[in-house]
Design a protein around this ligand. Structure first.
Ligand code: NAD
Length: 423
């Protein structure tokens, strides 16, 4: 008998996760209505001149899900698969993430539907600047603060910063540099922001290992996606003595049961823009990657990787979600049946937005913190979120994703009840 599995959109996944938690905690009916839809959805179409003189049109998005706890906050993604459904989902996850981490932000996300590999550096700069201009006052240092995500980086944030401050009055320019985070250090970025998401993932794994008397110095792990999040998580987990045995990215899949050096692999990827051809590993079929037997799997690429079709292959003890939305609700059910622990994205990858918040604070106060201070404060925030989620999971006897949603929704519910609804 063949089983036909219904595939859900990424936003439908969010709605299912939200409903499950809202039912469990008996979320106030009115608050549920408010949080079940993003507040603003902005779509812009804008022209950009290419290097050969032609003009091309581009479509960009910014979805602002909620700002009850503070300004909208979330990354910008440049990828061919960017669409309104995906951005809506990513924006909603940002609202929960900020609430769980206990930082004064709401949730947003944006992006442009392009394959950045097809454009020259000068074209990418003009695309970024024109997108920023098209967004206009829909972003702002006290209103909505973008940051890097898939295929965007500190240099792109510097272009956004420069374009944005060129459109405000000269007196307001230096007071506006916190319009983006994840900037290069020299342009007002924070030390430690580059590694922050991977660092947060590894702080969560360390806490989980302590709680489960699990020896990380003997652990093996696999990583999907070897960009900002995947490479930093891989390097920092190697420092705990764990062994990286398989990696997948958009260029292919590699394995080595004796261990892959993540530092060498990161240097290789910086030069070759992908893991394909890395000398100290064997090539593996892409479809066999998820079946690799290891202790820990860190998805750090895109959404919907662990699903009804693939979850049964996963053979690890822990999935630590560096990516946003790598596991769909069907995938979650199968992992739970297999007794595989999951540290959910909204907790596990919150290190990025936490250090973005630190960057924003440093900009507002004209301060520069050192790495020791950033890492110490990051650990404190991540550990707080970890304990809240873990203890809520115990209290309600539910999976950690549902518990994480409950933590976020309880916080938002209090704020709406205190403030009421205008008018
Ligand atoms: P990145 O652009 O630096 O890296 C993306 C990686 O994913 C690359 O290695 C790429 O090869 C890989 N990839 C793309 N398509 C793939 C495919 N089909 N199969 C396998 N691998 C594929 O992006 P990033 O910033 O590291 O983001 C990765 C994930 O982490 C995303 O889900 C993002 O939303 C999430 N995230 C990022 C941050 C951050 O601070 N950058 C914070 C929180 C969450």
């Amino acid at each position: 008998m063949s089983v036909v599995c219904e595939k859900h959109s990424v936003y439908q996944n969010v709605v299912m996760q939200f409903n499950k938690a809202a039912d469990l905690m008996n979320l106030d009916r009115d608050v549920r209505q408010i949080l079940s839809k993003p507040m603003n959805e902005i779509m812009v179409n804008f022209p950009v001149r290419m290097d050969d003189g032609r003009v091309e049109m581009f479509s960009g998005y910014r979805v602002q899900h909620n700002n009850a706890l503070g300004p909208f906050k979330g990354g910008l993604r440049f990828h061919p698969a960017v669409n309104i459904d995906e951005v809506r989902a990513l924006a909603t996850w940002m609202t929960w993430k900020s609430a769980i981490a206990d930082i004064p932000y709401g949730g947003a996300k944006g992006g442009i539907q392009i394959d950045p590999g097809k454009y020259s550096q000068t074209e990418l700069e003009r695309i970024t600047r024109r997108f920023t201009y098209a967004l206009g006052s829909n972003i702002g240092p006290e209103y909505d603060i973008p940051a890097p995500d898939v295929n965007t980086n500190p240099l792109i944030m510097a272009w956004i910063l420069d374009t944005f401050i060129s459109t405000v009055s000269p007196q307001m320019r230096n007071a506006s540099i916190h319009v983006v985070t994840g900037k290069p250090i020299e342009s007002g970025g924070s030390i430690g922001r580059g590694k922050a998401t991977g660092q947060g993932v590894v702080f969560c794994i360390i806490e989980w290992a302590k709680d489960n008397s699990f020896d990380l110095s003997k652990a093996t792990y696999t990583v999907q996606g070897f960009g900002n999040v995947g490479s930093w998580a891989a390097k920092l987990l190697a420092e705990q003595g764990s062994k990286l045995i398989a990696v997948q990215d958009h260029t292919g899949t590699i394995k080595n049961s004796n261990g892959i050096d993540p530092f060498q692999l990161a240097d290789y990827v910086a030069e070759h823009r992908g893991i394909a051809g890395f000398p100290d590993a064997e090539v593996m079929k892409n479809e066999d990657f998820l079946g690799t037997e290891a202790d820990i799997f860190i998805p750090a690429a895109l959404e919907n990787q662990i699903t009804a079709e693939t979850a049964s292959k996963v053979k690890v003890k822990l999935v630590a979600e560096g990516a946003n939305g790598p596991t769909d609700p069907e995938g979650d059910k199968i992992l739970a049946q297999k007794n595989i622990a999951v540290i959910p994205d909204v907790l596990c990858n919150s290190g990025g937005v936490i250090v973005s918040y630190f960057e924003w604070l440093q900009n507002k106060r004209s301060e520069f913190w050192d790495l020791e201070e950033v890492d110490r404060k990051l650990y404190k925030k991540i550990y707080g979120g970890y304990v809240r989620v873990r203890d809520t999971a115990k209290k309600y006897n539910v999976d950690w994703r549902t518990a994480a949603y409950v933590v976020a929704l309880q916080r938002l519910e209090i704020v709406y009840k205190e403030r009421g609804i205008f008018p």
